[in-house]
Design a protein around this ligand. Structure first.
Ligand code: AHR
Length: 312
């Protein structure tokens, strides 16, 4: 009886009837595409009408979309902010219109009063989980790392860099030799890695590649192979997201570690919104998702299959 009561309570579509606007960044990565599809599924499951706007990586498009949602009088707005700055004005307009805003997966540099809650990972921790893995893996061996950063000015790029640097600080054998943005895309990851390989004696001087997301890592893996080296062996590969393609690379021995970022930010966001609308009680300001490390010891083939079934 207990279990069935819980099932009734927690699957009830109590946010049913709401109209929610979702300003998504774009579709730069496999993770982003998964977040979009999971958000749509979560809305449908709860009887929420989701108005979706793809900003194609441009903050100005996100601002336009948010203004459009306000004009339409939506009940709430979800926004995955492409960069951290420049949100005060438009979120102030949403606040004046009494429309709660929930941030998904990235943060902003603005007053916390401008949003109801933020559902995201601890991005500094993600970087430090990746860095700790590398520290443990290389031991005392000298290790020159190349870093592929995410979108300039985005919180995951800023924080994942910081966390990784903190983890390797104090380990004098490990240093970041080169660091450049790959904009979270596979094609840019490949292109930037090609440059790193050329500049580093055809890659022979590189011990590890740290990418702020798996898509850039997958692009970089291709560049490493094209340069005649073995990714995962000649150059260690560590990244963040845990999307199916990185598990495929892991199963092939071409990637060494990834830190999971759940694409289901919308589930906790809709739960918080629902509770807020029912009780008026402010939810936690930051709802933090987990950052679990996966390595080839964690059944990469199984993880690949499992994720394929989850909307990736
Ligand atoms: O904000 C989350 C990051 O954005 C993901 O790690 C990356 O894949 C995406 O583009």
């Amino acid at each position: 009886l207990g279990a069935s009561m819980i099932a009734i309570c927690c699957t009830a579509a109590s946010a049913a009837g709401l109209t929610v606007g979702f300003s998504q960044i774009g579709s730069e990565s496999g993770w982003r595409a998964a977040e979009t599809s999971v958000t749509k599924q979560e809305a449908e499951k709860r009887g929420i009408t989701l108005k979706f706007a793809d900003a194609q990586q441009k903050q100005e498009n996100q601002i336009k979309a948010i203004r459009g949602f306000i004009a339409q009088g939506v009940n709430a707005i979800l926004v995955a902010p492409v960069v951290a700055t420049g949100w005060e004005q438009v979120l102030g307009e949403a606040k004046d219109a009494k429309i709660p805003v929930i941030l998904l997966d990235r943060g902003i540099d603005a007053s916390k009063d401008l949003y109801l809650t933020s559902v995201a990972s601890d991005q500094v921790k993600e970087g430090s989980v990746a860095g700790d893995w590398l520290v443990k893996t290389v031991g005392d061996k000298p290790c020159r790392v190349v870093e592929l950063q995410g979108t300039v000015g985005s919180t995951p790029a800023i924080n994942r860099k910081k966390g990784f640097e903190e983890a390797i600080a104090g380990h004098k054998n490990i240093s970041i030799a080169r660091s450049q943005t790959g904009d979270f895309t596979r094609s840019k990851g490949k292109e930037v890695m090609e440059g790193f390989l050329k500049a580093e004696n055809g890659g022979k001087n590189i011990c590890a590649m740290y990418a702020h997301n798996d898509d850039m890592a997958v692009g970089a893996i291709q560049a490493i192979k094209d340069a005649g080296l073995k990714p995962g062996k000649d150059i260690l590969v560590v990244s963040i997201d845990a999307v199916p393609d990185i598990f495929q690379a892991m199963a092939a021995g071409e990637a060494n570690a990834t830190v999971e970022l759940t694409p289901n930010m919308a589930g906790p966001a809709f739960d918080a919104l629902d509770a807020y609308l029912k009780s008026g009680k402010q939810p936690e300001k930051f709802i933090i998702t987990q950052s679990k490390l996966y390595t080839p010891a964690d059944d990469p083939k199984g993880e690949y299959e499992r994720r394929k079934g989850l909307g990736y």
